[in-house]
Ligand binder design. Structure first.
Ligand SMILES: [Zn+2]
Length: 105
């Protein structure tokens, strides 16, 4: 039996989705850098077109891309929609999993 009230349950589902979106963001880094033989830890996220570091507030999964209108803050070059899509899908997978698994705990 799930021991939490509905509000707490939704909070858990939300946080699992948020963590999933962060993992999706990391997977984007892995998919971009690993085939090129680059480190997945350093340097921190940067624009592949102009090389500027991505500010922490622009690096929030899904919302950062939306707030920037899909463009780099520095060079205004478009950022592929693949990045927020993968973050969103990972967030959904984690959120949906939490939605169905948490009541079983
Ligand atoms: Zn740029």
């Amino acid at each position: 039996m799930f021991p939490f009230d509905p509000f707490t349950y939704y909070q858990f589902v939300f946080w699992f989705a948020a963590v999933g979106a962060c993992i999706g963001s990391f997977l984007n880094v892995v998919m971009y850098r690993l085939p090129q033989g680059k480190s997945i830890a350093f340097p921190p996220s940067f624009c592949p077109k102009c090389g500027h570091s991505i500010r922490w507030y622009d690096n929030v999964p899904v919302f950062g891309w939306m707030l920037l209108g899909g463009k780099c803050r520095d060079c205004k070059e478009p950022i592929s929609v693949r990045y927020p899509l993968i973050e969103f899908l990972c967030g959904c997978v984690f959120g949906i999993t939490a939605w169905f698994v948490l009541p079983l705990l």
